[in-house]
Structures are given as C-alpha cells and as structure tokens.
Design a protein around this ligand. Structure first.
Ligand code: 5RP
Length: 234
C-alpha cells in the first residue's frame, strides 16, 4: 500500500470510531465516493449491525456497499442522515472544499446536505492555503457544455471537458483550471451555480463539513467548523 493510501486508511479508521459514537441502530449513514471513502466502506462492513443502513453518493459506492453486505437505501425514502462521511480533493483552513475528482459531486452535495453532520476525511496532501490548484469539477447538462465553458472563460478559468466520462445523472464534467487562488469560495460557488446549464460545481463552501479528520504520518488531527460547536458532541 502506498504511504498516501496508508494515511487515507488511517483517516477512515478514525472516522469509523467517530461515526459509531454518533449513530444508533436506527441511524442511516451517508457515504461518499473515492478511494478514501472506499476504505471507510470496507471498514464499515464489520460494524453494520450498529446502524440501519446507508445512502450512497454514487453508483460505484452503492455497489461497493452492497458487495460488503451493507444495506443501501434510496435517498427519497430517507428524511435525515445522522452522519455523512466523504473525502475531498482540497481543504482550506476554513474547512471549505473542492470535491468531484471522481465526478460524483452532485450526489455528494445532495447527500451531504441531508446529514446532521458532515465528516470529511483525508490524508494531509489535501490541505491547501487557497482552493483552486485542483481543477474545479463542474457538472453540466450535455447540450450546454460549450456555452458553460464560454462563461467560465469570462470568469478567468481555462475549462477542459472531461472526455469519455458521464456522470451518474448522464451529464458531462468540465474541469475548470486556472482559478487559483479562489479568494471567496462561497461567492464563486454561488456564481458558477447560477450559470444556466450547470448542475452544480465542486466547491463545498456553502455546505462545508462540520468536522475534518486529517491523517499525517504521526497523527490524526481533528478540525471543527468554527460556527457550529453547539451541534458537536466531541
Ligand atoms: C469524488 C470526490 C472524492 O471525495 C475526492 O475526489 C477525493 O478522492 P480520493 O479519496 O480518491 O482522494 O469528491 O467525487
């Protein structure tokens, strides 16, 4: 296993402990997408008697959960999730994220916003001072791809179509390069989402995680969102 994978697994293990301290037998857990989320899914298999089921943020995570013997529910049949656990591509010090490297950003945004707590897990390579070095993924309706790309150029981006990739919604992904440093993630998130033809973009600033667990070689550090300590039982 690479050293980065070892750290991802360590973050996932810490997230299992935190998640189990927050759920009961009737709880439903939201599950992210990506290699870090995969470690979480595999570890969750051993504790599936501690909660009722899961809601997945992609078809790929849904398959992995089922293969691990974990129940997967339709989000439409669920009113609230206890916790949502997912990785990230970039995390700044305000716990704002870029996500969507795996192309699952839209379901990730929906499912994370259904959760009482959003727990993000990552290795320490994902920490950044300013968001935007990682190209910002944007899910677009296929017929609007070039029109959205032109509007992104006006915002200063260098948009590239992620060819050969179709989202779980049947849409395309544009990766917006050249946006670094993103000075106001929440404003840019809202501005790009206003472009007609955009389904959503991968900035998670208006619904950022409540807790971020970062694994580095010697330790796991816990970061808690400044304005919501009342919700937390840490
Ligand atoms: C998928 C995501 C992932 O959480 C993100 O890309 C991080 O992936 P990994 O855990 O493989 O590094 O947003 O859409």
């Amino acid at each position: 296993m690479s050293s980065q994978d070892t750290l991802k697994k360590a973050a996932a293990k810490a997230a299992i402990e935190l998640t189990l301290s927050r759920v009961c037998k009737s709880s439903i857990i939201g599950i992210g997408t990506g290699t870090t989320a995969n470690f979480f899914i595999d570890l969750l298999a051993d504790c599936h008697h501690n909660f009722l089921g899961t809601v997945a943020s992609s078809k790929i995570s849904e398959d992995r959960l089922r293969t691990n013997g974990i129940k997967v529910l339709d989000p439409n049949d669920v009113s609230e999730l206890g916790v949502y656990v997912d990785g990230a591509d970039e995390i700044n010090s305000d716990l704002e994220l870029i996500k969507g490297g795996g192309g699952a950003l839209t379901w990730e945004k929906i499912i994370s916003s259904m959760a009482r707590e959003f727990l993000c897990i990552a290795d320490d390579s994902k920490r950044v001072k300013s968001l935007g070095k990682f190209p910002l993924p944007i899910e677009v309706i296929p017929i609007a791809r070039n029109k959205v790309a032109r509007e992104l150029i006006r915002l200063g981006a260098n948009p590239r179509w992620r060819r050969e990739f179709v989202t779980d919604n049947g849409n395309h992904i544009i990766d917006a390069h050249g946006l670094w440093p993103i000075e106001s993630p929440s404003a840019l998130e809202a501005e790009i989402n206003q472009i007609s033809g955009v389904v959503t973009n991968g900035i998670f600033a208006n619904n950022s995680p409540d807790i971020v667990l970062i694994a580095s070689p010697n330790q796991i550090t816990t970061h808690i969102k400044r304005d919501n300590t009342s919700k937390l039982l840490l």
